[in-house]
Design a protein around this ligand. Structure first.
Ligand code: NAP
Length: 355
């Protein structure tokens, strides 16, 4: 089978190779999935560049000899290459390991949350049956491929972590992203107001059509002044940021008293330059969020209930994401390069059926 892999962490997308490999065999609790489609997400690049690995090496629970992992219990290791890339996708379960959950998914079309070493940018991959959701026929492959990373995160951030109340303002940076647009739709559904921050206007019309309550384009508007104007000088109570750097520091200054900011991405790849008083004066709460770690902290019942909600909302179209282009797996470098273009208005997908 064909597999898009890297041999070592690298800055260059040209180092992603298409390799011929044997089809893997599922172990206990695992399913083997014949992949149909997989998106190119910003988080995939962290596994290319080694960003997660470097960050985790600084975390206290990774000091020692136990190897680098995402969680203190070391149940979720952060792998090092060589491995196949790709963090999620859709496919058909064609073989299963032992276990009830895995057996129930045999021959089903499933969305999977995967990630290296069992990347989804391959013709076949292995996944933990607990991180697979059988999809109803109403969900097309394109949308099923993007079921986990963004929809689950968007839902969990607004409904579980921040619990944004009806009529509350939620400031969303990189609002033109797939996740940002989903948050805007969730705002319409649950009645909170979205203050969308974009760096340019390429997604503004779409965000307004989706029901954004305000869009601020930082290439032509002053974020602080706009938030002051929109909130009657009070600032926002809730904010989510996936850019980091100077923008995230500005967002802290846009928080109202007791305001809460969740940092969940690093698109600017810059640290947070923050005078401590900017946090102290508004008694601000700033926290980090990482979906796989949040999932690990949940009871199986809680996780099931969240995945059910996301599945229902997916069928209702709340998370429908525009597709910018679809590339065959054989054109992996072109696909990743297209995903890196600024000003994109939809997702880049890989199709495993066309190779
Ligand atoms: N922590 C977690 O568990 C978790 C889970 C899911 C997603 N995420 C994060 O959520 C973010 C959005 O993901 P996605 O898949 O929805 O993204 P996406 O659809 O690929 O879109 C990326 C967006 O980010 C904007 N952008 C890129 N670099 C930027 C910068 N330096 N400053 C401002 N805007 C920038 C782009 O704006 P233009 O239109 O102007 O180019 C584009 O709208 C990513 O950071 C991802 O890693 C985190």
């Amino acid at each position: 089978m064909k597999s898009a892999c890297i041999d070592a962490f690298t800055e260059s997308i040209l180092d992603i190779r298409l390799e011929e490999k044997p089809v893997p065999q599922p172990g206990p609790g695992q399913i083997r999935v014949r992949m149909l489609m997989s998106p190119v997400n910003p988080s995939d690049l962290n596994f290319l560049h080694g960003t997660y690995h470097q960050a985790l090496q600084r975390i206290i629970w990774n000091q020692g000899d136990a190897g680098v992992s995402f969680d203190p219990a070391h149940r979720n290791p952060c792998p090092t290459p060589p491995y196949a890339l790709g963090g999620e996708g859709v496919g058909v379960v064609d073989a299963v390991g032992s276990g009830m959950l895995a057996r129930r998914l045999r021959n089903k079309r499933v969305a999977i949350a995967g990630g290296p070493p069992h990347g989804t940018w391959q013709e076949y991959t292995l996944a933990d049956a607990k991180r697979a959701v059988a999809l109803p026929t109403a969900v097309p492959d394109e949308q099923g491929a993007m079921f986990f990373v963004n929809p689950v995160t968007a839902y969990v951030l607004v409904r579980e972590v921040l619990r944004v109340p009806r009529d509350g303002w939620l400031l969303v940076t990189a609002a033109g992203s797939a996740l940002g647009k989903s948050v805007v739709r969730l705002g319409k559904l649950y009645g909170f107001k979205t203050l969308c921050v974009v760096r340019a206007d390429n997604n503004t019309a779409e965000l307004e059509k989706l029901g954004a309550d305000a869009v601020v384009a930082t290439d032509r508007q002053d974020l602080h002044a706009e938030v002051f104007r929109l909130t009657g000088g009070q600032g926002v109570k809730y904010a989510i940021d996936c850019v980091g750097g100077e923008l995230a520091a500005q967002v802290v200054r846009c928080l109202g008293l007791d305001g809460r900011l969740v940092l969940y991405g690093t698109l600017a790849n810059r640290p947070l330059p923050l005078p401590v008083r900017d946090l102290m004066m508004p008694v601000a709460h700033v926290s980090g969020f990482m979906l796989p770690n949040w999932m690990l902290q949940q009871t199986p019942l809680k996780l099931l209930s969240v995945l059910r909600q996301v599945k229902r909302l997916t069928v209702e179209g709340i998370f429908t994401t525009e597709v910018a282009s679809v590339y065959p797996l054989a054109e992996i470098t072109r696909a990743v390069s297209a995903a890196l273009q600024p000003g994109r208005t939809g997702k880049v997908l890989l199709s495993m059926g066309d190779n």
